[in-house]
Every structure is written in C-alpha cells, then in structure tokens.
Write a protein that binds this ligand. Structure first.
Ligand SMILES: Cc1cc2nc3c(=O)[nH]c(=O)nc-3n(C[C@H](O)[C@H](O)[C@H](O)COP(=O)(O)OP(=O)(O)OC[C@H]3O[C@@H](n4cnc5c(N)ncnc54)[C@H](O)[C@@H]3O)c2cc1C
Length: 388
C-alpha cells in the first residue's frame, strides 16, 4: 500500500484512464530494462517513438500539431507515473521536449510550429533547451552566446558564436531551442532561436559524465560562425528573457513533481524494507526511531504534494503562481533531500548497493534543487515576490 493519503480533487476519469495507460507502458516498456539502460548511460531512441505513438509526448499540445488534449493535471499524472520506473534520467531526457517546445508553441511562427512540433510529439525527432553556458546558468540575463544578424546571397541569417553546457538530450537532439544575445547587455538583449543539428558551425561535444540521471545524455554545444536562418527566431528579437522565465514556471512544477515522486518511491521502498529486515531479532520497523522517521517522511511528503497540487490548480485557473511554484519546488526538494537521505540510512549498507532502488533515487535526487533554477535562485524570486 502506498504511504500517501493525498487524494487531489482535480483528477477525473480521464486522468485515471491516463494513469492506467502510462502505468502499463512503464511496466511493459521501461521496468524490464531500466537497470541496464542506467548502466549503459542511455536508453533506446525508439522509446520516444513508442511514447509518441501512445500520445504521451503530445499531452497538452495543440491537436493541430499532433498534440493530445490534456491539462496541467494530465501532465502531472504522466510525470508521477513515468517516475515509477525510478529513473530521473529517463524522465528528463524523454521529457526534454517539454522545456524545448513550449516557446515554439507559444511564440514561434506557423512555419516553425508546423516543421518542428509534430515530429517531436510523434517521437521521430528529439528536442532540447539550451540556456546554460560554461560561465553560468543562474544569471540568465548574462547569456553570452552571440547571434549577429547577417545577410548573405542566400538570405538573412543569425551568425551564432559561443557555447552551452549541461544540456539535457544535447547529444542526440535534432532541434535545439537556444538562448542567444541579439541585443545589448542584460535581460533585454536576449532572444530564442531554433538550431538544427546539422547546421554548419554547430557541434556537440562530450556526453558529460555525472553523479545523477545516468540514463540521460548531457552535452556541451558549440557555435562557431554558425549560420541559422533568420526565420528560426522564436518570437520577436530581444524578448527571449520573458519567454525563458515563462517557460521556467511549468519546468519548476515538473521538477516539483519529480521530487515528490522520488520521495514517494523512496518511502514506499522503506515501508516494505522495514517489515522484512530484522536486527536484534525484530523487524527494524518495530523500533520507534524507525517508525518516527517514516512518519516524518510521510508527513513532509503529504504537505509537499498538497503544495504541488495547489500550484497546479493555480496554473489551471490561469492565476499568477510565480511565488507559489518557487516555494513548492524548494519544499519538494528539501523533502526529497531528507527522504532519500533517510531512505539510504534505513536500508543500511544495502542502501549503497546499485541493486537497491534507493541508491539511484538518492543520486538522482541531487540535481532537483539545482536544475531549473537553484534553491537559492528560488529564494531570490520568493523574496522579490514578498517585496523584500
Ligand atoms: C544534469 C543536468 C541537466 C541540466 N539540463 C539543462 C538543460 O537541459 N538546459 C539548460 O539550459 N541547462 C541545464 N542544466 C543547467 C542548470 O539549469 C544549471 O546548472 C543551474 O541553473 C545552475 O547554474 P550553474 O550550474 O551555472 O550554477 P551557478 O549559476 O554558477 O551557481 C553556483 C552557485 O551559486 C549560487 N548562486 C548563484 N546566484 C546566486 C545569488 N544571486 N544568490 C545566492 N546564490 C547564488 C547558486 O544557487 C549555486 O549554488 C542542467 C544541469 C544539470 C546538472
């Protein structure tokens, strides 16, 4: 039995049907292979196609471009269920389209939308978002990769020079939504532009080795006099900062959901383990110290989930939730930090073994208070919202 008692009032039969369908998908297509994929630092590209065929990748996107009708709660259901495989890396890579495509869907030209969105939602192509640079990720307004407008005999282009790092799905993406500097210093000089893999002057560096998310590829990208057609600009020139900040809101909700799912999985693992593992002649779950630990884990998780559903409801209602989602992300990652740490503790030596799920949950969890805006940056946002 799951240790959660949160029954959000936001789910109807369409969400239940989606949950059942994603759960079957995870059990059939992912669970039998995930440990191997983690060790191989990759998963087969055909999984995108399978998820696309099932309509999962298209959730919430316009049907005109191959999307599947759905609201923010359908997205949460998908996130909660796909995380059951216990691989943040798989979820991050399979889901990189959800940080790369929204700016195109919201602000891209019709030509860009028609070209890019259907192919990505079907799983035929992979999309990535490239903001972070070697000089920093938190200070988005300081993006250095420059895009200079040039005219050649073939038409108008932006000439890109610079580099990006830590880009999820960066190794095998076909399309990159890239933050570039088209104007002056500061947030008012940033634009988003779509770069295709085979563009001359664009290259992909190493697949970076990391502590977490082994099944996900994480890349460096280089632009050297890379000529990108001017029509690949997403939205108006120098309006990219607003688009990036808007995009962060849904990314932060999804990271909150990943943290809560991580906590839930770790807690479920512990609930089973404390019943079977014995020390000093008794199941360890009989010791009050362990019981209270589990109670604290479960209580924090309940609060965290309630915050998350509340933020989702605000998003659903079109309300401003900048403060709420930043708080929810920090609370969820504090909770998952606590729960994954205690889960490894409860498992003892077995908690350090790759064969136990809590080992991977502990590692995968570490990124969640860093990616999509660090804990400190969330606090900066919250303090501004509080008028401090
Ligand atoms: C596995 C992985 C996947 C990623 N995927 C992507 C991706 O797909 N696309 C992408 O664009 N990026 C991606 N990132 C990058 C990620 O978004 C950044 O790592 C993150 O935003 C932090 O930036 P940074 O690493 O440059 O840290 P820095 O910005 O250098 O910050 C270093 C430290 O200083 C703190 N700090 C910074 N400013 C302040 C301040 N004003 N007040 C207090 N403290 C501050 C930070 O909180 C942090 O603790 C990924 C990162 C990882 C590890």
């Amino acid at each position: 039995m799951s240790a959660s008692a949160v029954i959000p009032p936001y789910y109807d039969e369409t969400h239940d049907a989606l949950r059942a369908s994603v759960r079957r998908f995870v059990e059939k297509e992912i669970m039998p292979h995930i440990s191997d994929w983690e060790e191989q630092n990759s998963f087969p590209r055909e999984l995108y196609k399978k998820a696309g065929d099932a309509g999962f990748l298209g959730l919430g996107y316009d049907e005109k471009y191959g999307g599947t009708p759905g609201d923010v709660f359908h997205k949460l259901v998908f996130s909660e269920e796909i995380m059951r495989a216990g691989s943040g890396g798989l979820v991050a890579s399979l889901g990189s389209l959800d940080i790369a495509l929204p700016p195109i869907a919201k602000w891209g030209s019709d030509v860009l939308k028609e070209k890019v969105i259907p192919q990505v939602l079907s799983g035929d192509k992979i999309a990535a978002l490239a903001i972070t640079e070697p000089s920093g990720g938190s200070d988005v307004a300081a993006v250095k990769t420059r895009a200079e407008k040039v005219t050649t005999e073939d038409g108008e282009f932006y000439k890109l020079n610079g580099s990006k790092t830590f880009i999820t799905s960066g190794m095998r993406a076909d399309y990159y939504t890239v933050a570039v500097r088209t104007g002056d210093d500061g947030f008012g000089g940033i634009s988003l532009i779509l770069v295709e893999k085979d563009t001359p002057g664009f290259s992909v560096g190493r697949n970076l080795k990391k502590m977490c998310w082994w099944a996900s590829d994480t890349a460096e990208l280089f632009f050297e006099d890379c000529l990108v057609p001017a029509e690949n600009l997403i939205g108006k020139e120098n309006t990219g900062f607003f688009a990036i900040m808007t995009n962060f809101q849904s990314e932060r909700l999804m990271l909150t959901s990943m943290a809560n799912a991580t906590s839930q999985l770790a807690l479920d693992e512990c609930m089973a383990y404390v019943r079977e593992r014995e020390a000093f002649g008794r199941p360890i779950g009989k010791y009050q110290v362990i019981k209270h630990k589990l109670v604290e884990m479960a209580t924090k998780l309940e609060v965290s989930k309630t915050m998350m559903y509340n933020v989702a409801a605000m998003m659903h209602a079109g309300k401003d939730q900048v403060k709420a989602v930043s708080m929810a992300k920090n609370f969820a990652t504090d909770t998952s930090d606590f729960i994954t740490y205690e889960a490894v503790q409860i498992f003892g030596g077995m908690g350090l073994m790759r064969e136990s799920k809590v080992e991977r949950l502990y590692r995968d969890n570490r990124i969640l208070s860093i990616g999509g805006g660090t804990r400190e940056i969330m606090n900066e946002i919250i303090s501004k919202q509080l008028g401090l």
